[in-house]
Design a protein around this ligand. Sequence first.
Ligand code: 0X9
Ligand code: ZN
Length: 304
Amino acid sequence: DWTSYHRLGDAKIHSWLDDLAAANPDTVSTQVVGQSTLGKDLKVIRINTAGSPHKFWIDGGIHAREWISPATVTYIINELVNNYEANQELVDAYDWYILPVHNPDGYEYTFTDDRLWRKTLTDHDSFWGCLGADPNRNWDFHWMDIGASQDKCSEIFAGPEPFSEPCCSAIRDFTTELNADSSVLGYFTYHSYSQLWMSPWGWTDALPPTYDELTRVGVAGMNALTAVHGTDYEFGTSTNVIYAASGASDDWAYGVLGVPFVYTIELRDQGRYGFVLPADQIIPSGEETFAGLKVAALEMLVLP
Ligand code: 0X9
Ligand code: ZN
C-alpha cells in the first residue's frame, strides 16, 4: 500500500512486483537485469498489454534517501496494472519497463543505518573509509566535467571511472539493448526533492537540440501534474533550473542512448521536509505524478 514507505525484500517491493506478474501472466513480467554491488537484484517490471512498438523506461531510487521516488514509481506501476480500465489508452500506447529501485544497496541502508544516505555502497578503498559513489555522476557522458568530485568521501563522488557502479553499468546495458532499434521514446527518472520537471542538458547551460519538443511535452505533463493538487513545479533544463552536474543518467540517455524524451523529475516537496517527506504525501504525490506522466506520454506520440 501507499500509506508507508516500504523496504525491498521480505514481502515488500520486489515480491509485490512478482505478485503483479503472477496475477497478470499475459501482460506483466519481471526480470532481474543485474545485481548491485552487494548482490541485490535490479528488478524491472515490464507491462506490455497491446504489443506497442514504442518502449518507455522509468526508474526511481537512484539516490538512496529519496524515498518518495520508489514510492511514487510503485504507485505508477499500480495505476498501469491494477487500474487498466481507466488508463487503457496510456497503458496500451507503450511497452513499459520500470525499475522502482535503481540503487538497492543504498536504499536498504537508509532503513538500517543512515536515513540520509545518497550514494551506492561500493568500497572504493577510501583512506578515510568512506563508501560508495554517486550513481548519478557515474555515467559516461561528460563524466567529471562539472558538478562532480573525485573525493571518495564526497556526496557527489563520480566513482573512480565511468560505470564503476554495477547498478549503472547494468542499466546502461539493459537500456542499450532495449533501444537497439531506437524504439525507446521515453526515459523518465524520478528523484526528490524540489518540484522540478527537468530536461537535458545538465552538463552545460546550452539548450539541447530538441529543446522546443522537450518543452512542449514537459510543460504539458507538468501542467497536468499541477492541476491535480495545485503543486507548483518549474520546467527547464537541469543546468538552468538547479545546477550543472555531469555524468548523470539523463544526459547519457539523451546524448548517448539517443532517447528523444528524457526528463529528471524532482518530486515533492520544496524543502519543508525534504528527503524525509511524511508518508501521507505518497498518495497525493502518486496521483499528481501519474497525471503528469499520462499527459506527457500521450503528448510524446503527437507529431509537433
Ligand atoms: O544532483 C542530482 O543528481 C539531481 N538532483 S538530486 O537532488 N536528486 O540529487 C539532479 C540531476 C539533474 N541532471 C543533471 N544534472 N544532468
Ligand atoms: Zn536524486
